[in-house]
Design a protein around this ligand. Structure first.
Ligand code: B3K
Ligand code: ZN
Length: 860
């Protein structure tokens, strides 16, 4: 397969001003006629027009209305040489959406036909210059059977519709906004619609519609509310209004990713639309808010200003994740949201950045662009945007956004343009900052402090690990916490903190008039995506955990303390010793359990230990069994020491009334679930009975599923009973069945692999449905102790599944193959098993380039 390089970018040789598409849906194929108004790009000297196409059966090509055979068909290209400077190109192709199991391009799902064109799906619908810097005005006409496919939708505004012979109908849509073809969408399906409307500040009336499988309108209210909240938030926060007359969201059960921001016609995975208290958890409700907002925000950051090429993907994704994070923080709980973001970064992005798929936020090359919709592009990309805001301040950041839109509305641009707007609006020099876009890997920042009592001075030294691109510009937000727990004011501080700019390999920062020896609170609110090393004593961490005025760093101190103890215990267990736990923790945890309702969500975060994958990154050679045993031993220790406190807290937090997904009551539920989890570590009949009781009597999915998840960590009768009952109750709700699969695949039980293998043959599982694959197979691949089993059984199982899936859906297979990323962190015997499994995938006949790229990098 061919590697594509950023350095090879050249502007398009031809521009396409308008596209008229006609799609005729027939029972086992669709005929697509496209008329393109093509004109030579005066800035580029090129003779031939090269169009992209994939799995298209070409029926005809005409130039200015005259059928021609003067073209060359290559493997996935259609080349027309000696074309006029301006002409109308028409092509007719036949495609087979019913056979399209890749779910890229136009494909069939239960209720009809749907599209997914990002990144390169449009070429699976029609011949086109499939690249984001070719922007065109589209008009679309759809023809289909009226009874089977009553909803005919596309981007923009409906302009006309009518009936045809033989029970068929048609509809035409026109999108007034020029767009790249990756934002093209059509839907032809049988769907119900929830309608509403939104009036923008300037008075534009936007018709809103959420389209779902018939019978599910009662699961759409939350998504509709989220959409209206997002529209309002973007007006308030960034002065950005909706530019559309119609904004539609369509939910589909077969979808490779979460959702897609097609102009005016978002297509969503059902997982991020459908919700009702009895089938969706608090986390589901919150994720729906975030994803609905994310896709809506793309309308400005991605659609109106789009990417010049796919290397700039983070231009829209990093920025839009940052925006949805800020929205989530504003409408939910800012402190807890930030903690979740950092947990996600450490569990996903840091390992990615330390493994074979490490790449900069702006990659320099790729083989398959779909492999680069990664935690680095999305989440590290969002951190990079957040750092700009931290460095220049919120007001300047807002001016930078305004300037970015003023300069680039309607254009396809690069990350440089975004940073330039921020630099120009703020007066900051961000030249050095640009290295964040070029350099992969997680930087380490070493900090040390010296207090001079005679001079009343504290000197903080910060040093960064050298990267290949040189030193980075790293914002480090700092406060100094005194012995009484109060932050000490110092010169230049605002609210007793300041943002230090670390730009050299080592720098000293001096704080004067510091009357007492402080404990530094560093990298507050996680001001940069780095690993911070500071030699805190256990006492200092306990002090910060109790007193830091930055809630993120309070949580961080707890995670550091717990992480350090678990890693020490891991070493002890590996050496055949019993772990010992310091009593200090008991008082800390006990204090957290006495929190108020308002701080319950935060307490739940403090009491949730760092995960195994996150901790594994800190080990030279990972012993996953010892790590697992150590972490659980700490949980058991705390449960035994604080049994009465956990029980009291569990009882105190019993539901107060009918379920509502608001953040305060969600916080109560989260902490109550944490308590139940600890209590069940004691593994007595009475706590299992309590869990079963909660499972049976819960009036909402959050509490019901929490109890199931706790029980599923064991193989008791109660566990079997609850799992069987859950499936009996919910087998008709696909999204709930996903939870049932996922909770079994994530279980620490020794028999998990055997159970997952059996579930692949269960009627509830379907290899063709991405949600089922993620729920069962990817959850198993993320089950640290079971996937990395010493005998290699986990590796062999997943490798075989990846090969089977690759023939159906390479994008999803390739995401599954990422479970192998960290195989080199383990001992020689495990590495040998993993290598054999990877080789088996690598040598599999007909392997897609998607999976090949991942596996070759892993082995390489
Ligand atoms: N932009 C889409 C992702 C498309 C995935 C292509 N493989 C979702 C999003 O980030 O909003
Ligand atoms: Zn996005």
């Amino acid at each position: 397969p061919k590697t594509i390089y950023l350095a090879d970018y050249t502007p398009p040789a031809f521009l396409i001003d308008t596209v008229d598409v006609d799609i005729n849906f027939q029972p086992d194929y669709a005929e697509v006629t496209a008329h393109l108004a093509v004109r030579r790009n005066p800035a580029v000297a090129a003779a031939s027009l090269v169009l992209d196409g994939e799995e298209l059966e070409l029926l005809s090509v005409s130039i200015d209305g005259v059928v021609t055979d003067r073209y060359t068909l290559g493997e996935n290209t259609l080349v027309l040489s000696h074309v006029p400077d301006v002409f109308r190109l028409s092509t007719v192709v036949r495609i087979r959406p019913d056979l399209n199991t890749r779910l890229s391009g136009l494909y069939r799902s239960a209720n009809g036909y749907f599209t997914q064109c990002e990144a390169e799906g449009f070429r699976r619908i029609s011949w086109f210059t499939d690249r984001p810097d070719v922007m065109s005005r589209y008009s679309v006409t759809l023809h289909a059977d009226q009874a089977l496919l009553p909803c005919l939708l596309s981007n923009g505004n409906p302009v006309a519709s009518g009936v045809e012979a033989a029970g068929r109908h048609w509809a035409s849509w026109q999108d007034p906004h020029p767009k790249p073809c990756y934002l093209f969408a059509v839907v032809a399906a049988k769907l119900d619609v929830l309608r509403d409307s939104y009036r923008t500040t300037s008075g534009r009336e936007v018709q809103l519609g959420i389209y779902v499988e018939p019978g599910r309108l009662d699961q759409c209210d939350h998504a509709m509310a989220a959409l209206k909240k997002s529209m309002h938030w973007d007006e308030q926060t960034y002065g950005l209004e909706c530019d559309l007359d119609h904004y539609m969201i369509v939910a589909v059960g077969d979808f490779n990713m979460g959702a897609m921001e097609n102009k005016g016609l978002n297509i969503f995975n059902t997982k991020y639309v459908l919700a009702r208290a009895d089938i969706a958890t608090d986390l589901d409700f919150e994720n729906i808010d975030r994803v609905v907002a994310h896709e809506y925000f793309h309308n400005w950051t991605g659609n109106r200003v789009t990417c010049r090429d796919w290397f700039q993907l983070s231009l829209k994704e990093g920025l839009t994740v940052f925006r949805d994070q800020e929205f989530g923080a504003d409408v939910h709980n800012r402190q807890v949201a930030r903690i979740h973001e950092v947990r996600g970064l450490r569990a996903g992005q840091f390992p990615e950045d330390a493994g074979p798929m490490a790449h900069p936020v702006r990659p320099a090359s790729y083989i398959e662009i779909n492999n680069f919709y990664t935690a680095t592009i999305y989440n590290k990309g969002a951190e990079v945007v957040r750092m700009i805001q931290t460095l220049i301040g919120r007001a300047a950041f807002r001016r930078g956004m305004d300037l970015y839109f003023e300069r680039h509305d309607g254009q396809a641009v690069t990350c440089d343009e975004f940073v330039a707007a921020m630099a120009d609006a703020s007066g900051h020099d961000l030249t050095q900052f640009m290295r964040w876009y070029q350099q992969s890997g997680t930087p380490h920042v070493k900090a040390s402090g010296v207090y001079d009592p005679a001079a009343q001075r504290y000197v903080l030294t910060l040093a960064q690990s050298a990267g290949v691109c040189g030193n980075l510009l790293i914002p480090v937000t700092v406060a100094l916490i005194g012995p009484d727990g109060l932050p000490l004011p110092f010169e230049g501080s605002i609210d007793s903190q300041c943002v230090l700019s670390l730009s050299e390999s080592s720098q000293q920062f001096t704080f004067e008039n510091i009357a007492v020896p402080p404990i530094p609170s560093l990298l507050r609110d996680f001001s940069a995506p780095v690993v911070l090393e500071f030699d805190y004593s256990d006492e200092a961490l306990a002090h910060l955990l109790a007193h830091d005025t930055d809630p993120f760093n309070r949580w961080e101190a707890g995670q550091r303390l717990a992480g350090r103890l678990i890693l020490q215990a891991t070493e002890a267990i590996s050496a055949g010793l019993e772990p010992v736990w310091p009593e200090r923790l008991v008082a800390i945890v006990s204090g957290m359990l006495a929190c108020s309702d308002e701080t319950a969500a935060f307490a739940a975060e403090i009491l949730s230990l760092p995960g195994e994958a996150t901790l594994a990154e800190q080990l030279e050679v990972v012993d996953p069994d010892a790590l697992h045993a150590a972490r659980n031993s700490l949980r058991r220790y705390l449960a035994c020491q604080l049994e009465a406190e956990f029980r009291a807290c569990y009882e105190r937090l019993a539901p107060l009334g009918a379920y509502a997904p608001d953040s305060t009551s969600a916080g109560r539920r989260a902490l109550r679930t944490v308590c139940l989890g600890y209590l069940c570590e004691i593994d007595t009949v009475s706590y299992r009975a309590a869990a079963l009781q909660q499972f049976e009597h819960a009036d909402n999915m959050t509490d019901q599923f929490a109890a199931l998840a706790v029980l599923a960590q064991g193989s008791s009768d109660e566990s079997r009973l609850a799992l069987a009952e859950f499936y009996r109750r919910w087998h008709d709700e696909p999204l709930v069945v996903d939870k049932w699969l996922q909770v079994q695949a994530a279980s620490r039980c020794a028999e998990t692999l055997a159970r997952v293998e059996a579930l692949t043959r269960h009627p509830a599982f379907e290899l063709r449905n991405p949600n089922k694959v993620y729920a069962l197979l990817r959850a198993f691949g993320g089950n640290h102790v079971r996937f990395h089993a010493a005998d290699g059984s986990g590796y062999r199982f997943l490798a075989a599944q990846i090969c089977a899936l690759d023939a159906i859906n390479p994008q999803v297979a390739s995401r599954l193959a990422r479970c192998f990323d960290r195989w080199r962190k383990f001992d020689a015997a495990r590495q040998a098993h993993a290598r054999a499994a990877l080789n088996m995938i690598h040598d599999h006949a007909g392997l897609s380039r998607d999976v090949l790229e991942i596996v070759a990098r892993a082995l390489g």
